[in-house]
Design a protein around this ligand. Structure first.
Ligand code: PMP
Length: 341
């Protein structure tokens, strides 16, 4: 499919200049900094690196990507928002999302006055190719959001390449949970598809939700657009420093992922004993989507014991999404659930 990036970008953005700063060229140099109205005093007095090159290099290395294909957001949430602001004209354009999927696609679309078209997943929470082809034959959607493994269902989407190949617009593959999954990352498809954006995050498997770092991968042309149009210093200096420090201890992160996956299997065994549970859906992520006889009741009972779970998705009746915690947290969950039993 012929892809023309220039036709995708909102037309007025061609004339928008980004915030100009000298800092990125002087970041490691001794200089007299009188250009940014900072205080000359204090531990955090200087603005951070606007395009954190050291962090990007490390992330590129970990993800087998090139630094020039990478852009960072204040969480991948910010990159979802920016995607709409770059490609979708308010009150005119639409996005296409899977249903159910991550709720922020729709929330950001509403905030940006962008229309939302939905592709209903089947009873196994899979996309159906015929339905997809049928929908896109009449759809004008500019951006397709695919989430794999999908939040809140937990499953990976089969044959992602088919959808990337057949969609005449930008395709965002949100891989927030990919490190927990046996599937390959779509980052390796970047050379093949100029319409592809892959989103990852340090909030899940990397254990750095508090640092708010989202990672985008795309062609150099798309990456440059995000870097130009993002807020000037969107990753704080402490987040940059701490993330780099932790990413240098990749072994510890890998051990934590392995531990979470072991706990996930144990938790699943425990959950299978709970009579109030109707179904535990297959999951490639660090959470389970679980159907209960009465999810609202279970949710309340868990809350009474200060066990927080998620009952948020409107199209998933009687389902809770429950994260895998530490061995102690999982035992606490099972204990409360068996008491309800
Ligand atoms: N995508 C998906 C599928 C998510 O589940 C989340 C967080 N719940 C995000 C993106 C946003 O992650 P963050 O902003 O923390 O990077």
């Amino acid at each position: 499919m012929e892809f023309n990036l220039n036709k995708m970008i909102r037309t007025h953005l061609a004339g928008v200049k980004s915030y100009q700063t000298l800092r990125d060229s002087y970041i490691d140099k001794q200089a007299v900094y009188l250009d940014a109205n900072e205080s000359p005093f204090g531990e955090f007095n200087r603005y951070p690196d606007g395009d954190p090159i050291q962090l990007k290099k490390k992330l590129a290395e970990i993800n087998l990507a090139k630094t020039e294909n990478l852009f960072l957001g204040n969480g991948s949430d910010e990159l979802i928002d920016l995607t709409m602001r770059i490609f979708c004209e308010p009150a005119e354009d639409s996005i296409l999302i899977m249903n159910p999927s991550f709720v922020m696609y729709e929330i950001y679309a509403k905030m940006n006055n962008v229309k939302v078209e939905k592709l209903e997943l089947n009873s196994d929470f899979e996309l159906e190719k015929d339905k997809f082809l049928d929908t896109i034959s009449t759809s004008q959607a500019k951006v397709l959001f695919l989430c794999s493994p999908n939040n809140p269902t937990g499953n990976s989407i089969d044959d992602l390449e088919f959808y990337i190949q057949n969609f005449n617009g930008i395709v965002v593959v949100d891989e927030a949970y990919i490190e927990f999954s046996p599937e390959d990352s779509a980052v390796k498809l970047l050379n093949k598809y100029p319409n592809l954006i892959v989103l990852k995050t340090l909030s899940k498997a990397f254990g750095m939700a508090g640092l708010r770092i989202g990672v985008g991968f795309a062609s150099v042309e798309i990456s440059s657009l995000f870097i130009k149009l993002k807020p000037p210093y969107n990753i704080s200096s402490e987040s940059q420093r701490l993330a780099l420090e932790q990413l240098n201890q990749v072994e510890e992160i890998e051990n934590n992922i392995a531990f979470i996956l072991e706990e996930k299997e144990k938790l699943k065994k425990g959950l299978k004993q709970i009579k109030e549970i109707v179904k535990i859906y297959p999951s490639d992520a660090n959470f389970f989507l679980i159907e209960f006889k009465d999810a609202q009741l279970i949710y309340q009972k868990l809350l009474e014991k200060s066990v927080l779970t998620s009952l948020r998705h409107p199209s998933l009746k009687n389902c809770l999404r429950i994260s895998v915690g530490t061995a102690e947290e999982n035992s606490e969950l099972l204990k409360v659930l068996s008491e309800i039993n």
